[in-house]
Design a protein around this ligand. Structure first.
Ligand code: GDD
Ligand code: MG
Length: 346
């Protein structure tokens, strides 16, 4: 049976300080733990057998998903005490895998039809199919070059800037034949991107690339996390099925505050007079005092924003305190429990 393996064991270092107390696979996106987006995406392809490959802070993830029953999937877990790299993580799941497998990076948000990718993989009789996406700035991704038929000619993981030739990148979704497991050592660390794929290309294995035209965005750093948030707010990509559907905010009076229709707020927020919220997300139990402005930003749960503070294009972790008249300028990222004193400029 076809299963999906989600690689969710990375440390998410580029999302620090947000991921110090919560692992990247479950950071809230639009107030929903991120993996729900992926599980929903996988289910849309009719796949209900999911393996989560964990290493960093596994407990927090397992506590949410358990056996998966509540979410309409069968969830299994593998756990590496020491991270074994992306290919090593696939190998670590070997005894749970009996067929062609869909492997997904745990930090990509996309509506690419996995059914279509599977069909393409079969038509090409590929050993591996890599979903690729066209992006404006391919620096910092895996570069994938193909021939006219879509067969991969070159895979280069994060080449230096002056070596970036194409604009099609590895979107972090693969269809892999089970036989590929035989190419990965039973012990130790191996990377799909730096080792296995380049070697397979050199050896003439049938690796094909499927170019997605759908929405695609990873959440690997604060800037990208904000982009993904805006993708959802603007409706370019959809919210998943989620048990506690976001409820409309109820603790504010419509005529005294300005909240644009695109913002997403948990119902347990308190919003005072004269507050303006534009293109932003507020987590559960935030309290926003008189005259504050929150624009193009994400604020996690339990944060308090004092009167006349201005927050623009920033990410604020859980239970922070933003002082009166303080200003968080674009690019600010605050970890949980940060305290910003009155009138500070960050
Ligand atoms: N289980 C396990 N073990 N998971 C891991 C390990 C590991 O040792 N290392 C990384 N992962 C998981 C991460 O949690 C993440 O979900 C995924 O594998 C990819 O790792 P990242 O650290 O996010 O890689 P990246 O963002 O630098 O680059 C990757 O993604 C790009 C697309 O977003 C590469 O696949 C690039 O080629 C690709 O373009
Ligand atoms: Mg990543």
């Amino acid at each position: 049976m076809i299963k999906a393996l989600v690689l969710a064991g990375g440390k998410g270092a580029r999302l620090r300080p947000l991921v110090l107390h919560i692992p990247k696979p479950i950071v809230p996106l639009a107030n929903i733990p991120f993996l729900f987006f992926q599980i929903d995406h996988i289910k849309k392809a009719g796949i209900t057998e999911v393996i989560l490959s964990l290493s960093y802070q596994p407990r927090k993830i397992i506590d949410i998903f358990g056996d998966g029953m509540n979410y309409g999937v069968t969830m299994r877990y593998t756990h590496e005490d020491l991270p074994r790299g992306t290919a090593g993580a696939f190998k670590a799941a070997e005894n749970l895998i009996d067929d062609t497998t869909i492997v997904l990076n745990g930090d990509v948000l996309t509506d690419t039809s996995l059914r279509d990718v599977l069909q393409y993989h079969r038509e090409k009789k590929a050993d591996a199919t890599i979903v690729i996406a066209r992006v404006m700035n391919p620096v910092g991704y895996g570069l994938v070059e193909t021939d006219a038929d879509g067969r991969v000619q070159r895979f280069t993981e994060k080449p230096p800037e002056d070596d970036v030739t194409g604009d099609t990148i590895n979107a972090g979704i693969y269809i892999l034949e089970r036989s590929i497991l035989d190419r990965i050592p039973a012990e130790g660390v191996q990377s799909f991107e730096r080792e296995l794929f380049p070697t397979m290309v050199q050896e003439g294995a049938r690796i094909y690339a499927y170019l997605t035209h759908g929405y695609w965005q990873d959440i690997g750093n604060p800037q990208k996390y904000l982009e993904a948030t805006f993708g959802i707010i603007s409706g370019r990509t959809k919210l998943p099925d989620y048990p506690q559907k976001a409820c409309p905010p109820n603790n504010w009076e419509k005529h005294q505050v300005s909240i644009d229709s695109f913002s997403i707020m948990d119902g347990k927020c308190v919003i005072k007079d004269g507050v303006a919220i534009e293109n932003s997300v507020l987590g559960e139990g935030c309290r926003i005092e008189e005259g504050a402005l929150i624009k193009d930003s994400v604020i996690w749960s339990g944060t308090r924003v004092l009167p006349n503070a201005r927050i623009e294009r920033a990410i604020v972790g859980r239970q922070c305190h933003i002082g009166e008249g303080a200003r968080l300028r674009p690019g600010t990222v605050l970890g949980d429990k940060s305290i910003i004193s009155d009138f500070s400029i960050i």
